[in-house]
Ligand binder design. Structure first.
Ligand code: SF4
Length: 293
């Protein structure tokens, strides 16, 4: 089953927000495992993300790690991440680790550096639970680490429309590659999850689109489903607005109201949650729906 296609989704894929190969810098870190609001810990081996998603909330990291380059055009590689984690694990109490909260741990350069892989191995050996969330099929390289361990592999999907995926998440894996991650992880006996978020207002958030997404989640036998709305996080609007101006100019003002008008936003989120719950109920997935927008 495929999602409803937006009439503009077959438009030319340029201009892209992502401007070619990112600048890679090697840096030393003091800490790689950090306490987190969304889990016991989060772990990030990189600052920056090649995936360059237009809506990326991790852009706020620019506040703490200013870079001249735009988000998606730089990545700092924490080359001592494994050594630092080894030290931190001497003191840290075991718990759930979310990988990753401010980058994608399996972005393309992880193929060369293998830092996320090495850190996952260490965490699992020390009795930590690993909750991985990615938009890259590179995580399939690491299935051997997760088999039989306390771990969950999840992917993010914001639309089934590959044209929209290329626009909003230009360097992530294709939609079908992400579902293949879920299929292979499930077949390997690993717990799986899917994050439908942020659903794109007026592009992938209709009831039909959500039903199509949930049907794919059911086919993939995921254990847990989350849904998120687009949020007005710092530095996000500029990139979203640029994409909309180029590809969906009629949506600029509608997005602005959804993000910044409290009344419109409250009504939007309420309606989205109603559609999400209706879709989950219709497909008998309510028990797997862990979080709404
Ligand atoms: S994959 Fe995640 S961290 Fe990377 S750019 Fe996209 S939203 Fe941001």
């Amino acid at each position: 089953m495929t999602g409803a296609k937006h009439p503009n989704s077959s438009l030319s894929m340029s201009p892209q927000p992502h401007q070619g190969q990112p600048i890679i810098r090697e840096v030393a870190c003091k800490s790689v495992l950090n306490r987190s609001a969304i889990s016991d810990y989060s772990l990030n081996c990189y600052v920056g993300c090649e995936h360059a998603c237009a809506y990326c909330y991790a852009r706020y990291m620019q506040r703490f790690h200013p870079h001249e380059e735009a988000w998606g055009d730089f990545v700092d590689v924490k080359v001592n991440a494994v050594e630092v984690l080894e030290k931190q694990l001497r003191r840290a109490a075991p718990g759930d680790v979310f990988i990753s909260s401010a980058c994608d741990g399996w972005q393309p350069l992880e193929r060369r550096w293998q830092l996320t892989r090495a850190c996952c191995r260490l965490l699992l050996e020390h009795g930590f639970r690993v909750n991985a969330l990615t938009k890259n099929a590179l995580i399939l390289r690491d299935l051997d680490l997760f088999v039989g361990r306390d771990a969950q592999i999840s992917v993010t999907v914001t639309s089934l429309d590959e044209g929209l995926r290329r626009l909003w998440e230009p360097a992530g894996s294709t939609v079908e590659q992400r579902f293949d991650v879920l299929r292979q992880a499930h077949e390997a006996g690993i717990e799986t999850g899917i994050m439908f978020g942020p659903l794109l207002p007026f592009l992938s958030d209709s009831l039909d689109s959500i039903l199509a997404l949930f049907a794919r989640a059911a086919d993939a036998h995921v254990n847990v489903i989350w849904v998120d709305a687009l949020n007005p996080r710092p530095n996000v609007w500029e990139a979203v607005q640029a994409l909309l101006q180029a590809q969906f100019p009629d949506l600029v003002e509608r997005y602005r109201r959804v993000l910044f008008s409290p009344v419109v936003r409250a009504a939007y989120v309420k309606g989205l949650n109603e559609r999400v719950r209706a879709a989950a109920a219709r497909l008998h997935l309510s028990d797997r729906l862990a979080g709404c927008a």
